[in-house]
Design a protein around this ligand. Structure first.
Ligand SMILES: [Zn+2]
Length: 336
């Protein structure tokens, strides 16, 4: 028992796909230390991002909007994800960090399924490398720019990549209790501040995600009525999610496409993937946590055949779910 606890390697609980594992792996050095987890945003759509990351070996993992995790570079090797970078006086952060690319934008809320996958992956890596919450940073924390036309000195603020992951509301979603308190490189005058707004996001109280994450799964009062997973064609909601109410507001009258007849659902095979759930018009209603039970999320429909649970790429209909096997991190999907 003691021996197994001391072994450095153990099974990775996350199911990750090797479909985009980089051909660059053999040429990358084995990292001598792992001191940071660096979160990035791809600023581009899923497929193109995966192809580029794989081709260039630019991350260890990539997490899609549906919450699928791809391994790109083996986690013990160096991935080229941070570029010109410095943290606490040490240059070239690639040499001592793990890089996670998240499909999305640095100032846009991410779907709950994706946040849940990032949280699980980060937790797993934190425990594997014994990293505290403040060692989970975003690319903009560590990137720096060389002197140029606008900045005479080396400066922080070359990139805003992954910026949302410094915001308290997003960190709460990820189960991270702390963040870096200050920029040691700026304090030591190794760098100057090159982006005041970014500084306020990283270390101040600018948090533009608060409204989007108002109904955090961690909040006990939550009723799970939020639906994070917005399909691309939908406009982002202007207001914060509706609070729980007995009388649910009528959905806005969206014109139905005339040519799309409703499939015979009872006859159709149950969906086998998150992608299929989304394609069939299901939305993620919430993630099971200590305070957020399945029945809090789905109400009396928690065991309906038309409610689905997803975890580690498995899709389980509500009618087949064993209540004693409903576990933390399971996503609950219902029809829109
Ligand atoms: Zn980045």
């Amino acid at each position: 028992m003691l021996v197994s606890a001391l072994l450095p390697t153990r099974a990775f609980a996350i199911e990750a796909s090797d479909r985009y594992r980089s051909p660059r792996n053999p040429e990358r050095r084995i990292r001598s230390s792992t001191e940071l987890i660096v979160l990035h945003t791809t600023e581009a759509a899923e497929h193109g991002s995966l192809v580029k990351l794989c081709d260039r070996g630019e991350a260890h993992y990539c997490v899609t909007e549906a919450g699928k995790v791809y391994r790109i570079v083996d986690r013990d090797r160096e991935a080229f994800h941070a570029g010109r970078s410095m943290w606490c006086g040490k240059e070239d952060v690639d040499k001592f960090s793990i890089g996670i690319e998240c499909v999305g934008n640095h100032d846009k809320a991410m779907p709950a399924a994706q946040i849940a996958a990032i949280r699980t992956l980060v937790k797993e890596l934190q425990s594997m490398y014994r990293l505290s919450d403040d060692k989970v940073v975003c690319h903009s924390h560590v990137a720096y720019g060389a002197p140029n036309k606008w900045h005479k000195k080396k400066h922080r603020g070359r990139k805003r990549c992954g910026m949302l992951f410094a915001m308290p509301s997003v960190r709460a979603q990820l189960g991270l209790k702390t963040r870096p308190a200050y920029d040691a490189d700026v304090r030591a005058k190794r760098l100057v501040v090159g982006d005041d707004y970014l500084k306020k996001v990283l270390y101040g109280n600018v948090d533009t995600m608060r409204a989007a994450y108002a109904s955090a799964p961690a909040a006990p009062k939550d009723t799970g009525l939020f639906s994070w997973f917005r399909r691309k064609e939908e406009k982002p909601a202007a207001a914060a999610p509706q609070p729980a109410a007995a009388a649910k507001p009528k959905p806005s009258p969206a014109p139905k496409p005339a040519s799309a007849p409703k499939p015979a659902l009872s006859a159709a095979a149950p969906p086998g993937s998150v992608k299929e759930l989304v394609a069939r018009g299901y939305v993620m209603k919430g993630t099971v946590s200590k305070d957020m039970t399945a029945s809090k999320i789905a109400g009396s429909k928690w065991n309906s055949p038309d409610t689905y649970y997803t975890i580690r790429n498995k899709v389980i209909p509500g009618s087949k779910i064993d209540p004693s096997h409903i576990e933390k991190g399971m996503c609950v999907w219902m029809r829109k």
